[in-house]
Design a binder for this molecule. Structure first.
Ligand SMILES: [Zn+2]
Length: 392
């Protein structure tokens, strides 16, 4: 059978198969069908010469905000421009508004979108009185029930701990863990100012996710060294996610972690209304390029945006790899060399010599050109500036 799409002569990097070689990739009916050298193009209507380019699985962004009924949310269409073929919403909605989120976004999006459901009934609040300052908003039974009803899209429970939990962060964490246990899904924990990270890490289970691991605020798990609770959590299978965002990535913290051989498991954007625009204009290839900048290998940055997030979602059979039978979600990119400035969320600049630039994005076998998508963003109010200044 001829291919629908044939990508010829690119350097294929697929960590799931320990593959880094010049090869052709053939797809049919939205799935990868063959990967080998010199595939026969007879009868294939869409043959692309991608020699000189890199070819990897479509990227998975484990942390973003994709519900525009919330102050944080933006349209997930923008992901496709960044080579992200699977986006994950990190608890923008709770059980009360998840069904509407599903109807209006998850069921319609060009990129696949999965979602963590916030333990607080309406998801994120910002910025006035945050979502768990009153613990009555934490709803374990309803959260587990809505996840159970939407298992094809709802992949876990989310909580933010810090100012958003007032002085009862650990009590709120226990409620969220109860919901995650009942629904048999992972818990994703955002840590920010005031979170007791050692105690939080101690409670997390294998498969749970700690996001914003390089936030760079004082009293975090990485200061002069990495606290033992973080290493113990990593050893038992807790995922550490970057979640760059508008306030959660510090060069100094990342470097310190690398010096102590403590690496993130997954790279993600925390893309939302406040991180999508200037001065940060976050994209996942940019976060990946930042990791190249401080010494991570290209194979590792690809693994941490494909194979490993797919595993964190329990979907490593279908996505995050280029094995025959998997969904034909593919990124073709250039690895540009030069002198590039990369800014962290403290506006500190680090210069790097390589950056990843998407060339073509394939979603379920269909090719899209980056740069072809623009989205409308809601207007910012004066109060939004408070969020931008104090976010994390
Ligand atoms: Zn977030």
């Amino acid at each position: 059978m001829p291919f629908d799409l044939l990508l010829k002569g690119g350097r294929v990097v697929d960590p799931s198969q320990s593959l880094n070689a010049v090869m052709d990739v053939g797809a049919r009916d939205g799935h990868i069908t063959q990967i080998a050298q010199n595939l026969d193009e007879t009868g294939c209507l869409d043959v692309r010469d991608v020699s000189g380019k890199y070819v990897c699985p479509g990227l998975i962004d484990l942390h973003g905000h994709w519900y525009e009924g919330n102050l944080f949310g933006i349209n997930p269409l923008i992901c496709m421009d960044h080579g992200v073929t699977t986006a994950v919403d990190a608890g923008t909605t709770g059980y009360a508004n998840f069904p509407e989120f599903r109807r209006t976004v998850l069921d319609r999006s060009l990129a696949d979108v999965f979602a963590f459901v916030h333990i607080s009934l309406m998801g994120l609040h910002a910025p006035y009185a945050e979502e768990l300052v009153d613990l009555r908003y934490a709803r374990p039974l309803e959260t587990a029930a809505v996840i159970d009803k939407h298992r094809d899209r709802a992949v876990g429970v989310k909580i933010r701990i810090g100012t958003m939990t007032g002085n009862h962060g650990l009590a709120a964490l226990d409620i969220a863990l109860t919901a995650a246990r009942d629904a048999r899904v992972p818990l994703m924990v955002h840590v920010s100012r005031g979170a007791e990270e050692a105690k939080i890490l101690h409670r997390l289970r294998p498969g749970d996710i700690l996001t914003h691991c390089f936030h760079g605020r004082s009293n975090g798990m990485i200061a002069e060294t990495v606290i033992p609770e973080a290493r113990e959590a990593k050893d038992r299978g807790v995922f550490f996610d970057v979640g760059h965002g508008a306030g959660s990535f510090s060069w100094d913290t990342a470097r310190k972690a690398f010096e102590h051989h403590f690496y993130p498991d997954t790279l993600s954007t925390d893309l939302h209304r406040y991180s999508v625009s200037e001065p940060l204009s976050i994209t996942l290839p940019q976060v990946m390029s930042k990791m190249l900048c401080i010494g991570m290998s290209l194979e590792d940055v690809i693994s941490k945006t494909t194979t490993i997030p797919a595993r964190a979602l329990g979907r490593e059979r279908e996505i995050g790899n280029l094995r025959p039978g998997s969904i034909a979600d593919i990124l073709i990119f250039d690895l540009e060399t030069g002198d590039f400035p990369f800014t962290d969320t403290h506006l500190k600049v680090c210069r790097g010599s390589r950056r990843i630039v998407p060339h073509l994005v394939v979603k379920k076998g269909r090719v899209h050109a980056p740069g072809s998508i623009s989205i409308d963003l809601r207007e910012l109010y004066e109060s939004d500036m408070d969020v931008i200044r104090g976010i994390g």
